[in-house]
Write a protein that binds this ligand. Structure first.
Ligand code: AMP
Length: 130
């Protein structure tokens, strides 16, 4: 069965989409550490990020850079933190999180809750800065 992220990429499950290209897809994390917390995934369904071939891994990171710079413009923060966890969803992904200090990137922190409208506005302002 397809991973939840593959189903998002295929449009079978809704998401707050940020961007896509031929190989990669970005959308807001539904349980964010901070407003603007975004996931960047390869369209190819591979569980472990270091199992991606070098070319796709490079494309994923370059695509993440574009998305991170847009998040940074859209959301007031000191910088964009980057993390790879992958313990919950077996489809490789990069977390991009606006942070103002080291503790903002602690995945044990309680997740933020936002309304659908806020998620939609957040995605729209990030998209506008791409
Ligand atoms: P991990 O695999 O440990 O890196 O965590 C997976 C991340 O995916 C978590 O931060 C979840 O909040 C996020 N997530 C899971 N399902 C969805 C979904 N349907 N839409 C957006 N984010 C999701």
């Amino acid at each position: 069965m397809a991973s939840i992220f593959k189903r998002i990429i295929n449009g079978e499950i809704p998401c707050y989409k940020i961007a896509e290209d031929d190989n990669c897809f970005a959308f807001l994390d539904i349980n964010p550490l901070n407003q603007g917390h975004t996931l960047v995934v390869p369209k190819q369904e591979v569980d472990y990020i270091y199992d991606l071939d070098d070319e796709l891994l490079s494309k994923l990171f370059l695509f993440s850079k574009k998305v991170a710079l847009a998040i940074e413009k859209a959301i007031p923060c000191e910088r964009i933190g980057v993390a790879v966890i992958g313990l919950e969803v077996p489809h490789a992904h990069i977390h991009l999180c606006p942070i103002n200090g080291m503790s903002d990137l602690n995945f044990a922190n309680p997740k933020k809750q936002f309304s659908k409208e806020t998620f939609e506005e957040t995605a729209a302002i990030i998209r506008a800065n791409l």
